[in-house]
Ligand binder design. Structure first.
Ligand code: NDP
Length: 245
């Protein structure tokens, strides 16, 4: 199956920002969506907006750090639409801070969300993809997976892990599966400057307001990877503001 029309796409972290923009973008092209996040009201708002415009979407409250939640999310796709074509692992948290502040709960959250969360998605979707003999993983990393900037050490480490896991998965994916890494630079979402060190949050928010690109820029990159013919596997896309160093 190529193109986007009719594809069944699961997106984690779809209640705001890049995930919500990707859901809307793909729905406009005829994808059938299963959307996951923790905030029920925000998730429902995205689903309602898509369905009001004639699209097909269902929302499921999940926490990606819980293995059984990812299984429930991918099972929802199979139960409702009969298959699963793409899993977009996008859920993330940018609670960054200098090490000396010892915000260890934030460190744990980034490890759990980006690394365990991604692995939970792979564990849930891979058996379905193998059974179908088709499927695509789209994993959202960051430009922080390519360059570490203080005070983003923990965030960058977890996003580097996303990049490494994606390449490892690609090497084992075989002829039927596609594996794509999408790495955004500064993108205009509520996630920038949310949590972490208050001083860092202010600095990041200011930088976002000055240089960020819209989340649709990332959504269209994800869409580009999905819409390729099955024989073409787009492995890595980096999208950053032109002015971002
Ligand atoms: P948002 O904060 O808008 O989106 C993050 C999404 O992840 C929300 O939908 C949030 O929903 C969800 N989420 C967070 N933790 C969990 C969890 N444990 N379980 C389920 N869902 C979760 O920020 P962005 O759109 O910017 O972030 C999306 C991705 O893009 C992240 O992986 C981020 O690291 C990455 N990124 C963003 C950049 C930027 O500049 N904006 C730059 C580089 C990468 P809820 O709270 O409802 O669960």
């Amino acid at each position: 199956m190529s193109g986007i029309e009719g594809k069944v796409v699961v997106i984690t972290g779809a209640s705001s920002g890049i995930g919500a923009a990707t859901a809307t973008w793909l729905a406009e092209k005829g994808a059938r969506l299963v959307l996951g996040a923790r905030r029920k009201d925000r998730l429902n708002a995205v689903v309602e907006q898509i369905t009001a415009q004639g699209g097909s979407a269902v929302g499921t409250v999940i926490d990606v750090t819980r293995r059984e939640d990812l299984k429930r999310l991918t099972d929802t796709a199979v139960d409702r639409y009969g298959r699963l074509d793409v899993l977009v692992s996008n859920a993330g948290t940018m609670a960054v801070s200098p090490f000396d502040e010892l915000r260890q709960d934030d460190w744990d959250a980034m490890v759990a969300t980006h690394i365990t969360g991604l692995l939970n998605g792979i564990g849930a979707a891979l058996p379905i993809f193998r059974r179908q003999r088709s499927g695509q993983f789209v994993n959202v990393a960051s430009t922080a997976a390519y360059v570490v900037k203080s005070p983003m050490g923990v965030y960058a480490a977890t996003k580097t892990a996303v990049k490494v896991l994606t390449e490892g998965l690609r090497q084992e994916s075989g002829p039927d599966l596609r594996v794509t890494l999408v790495s955004p630079g500064f993108t205009d979402t509520e996630g920038v400057g949310k949590g972490g060190s208050p001083e860092t949050a202010v600095a990041l928010s200011r930088q976002r307001d000055e240089i960020a690109i819209p989340p649709t820029a990332i959504a269209s990159a994800i869409g580009y990877a999905i819409e390729q013919p099955a024989a073409i596997d787009i492995n890595e896309i980096v999208v950053r503001p032109t002015v971002q160093a």
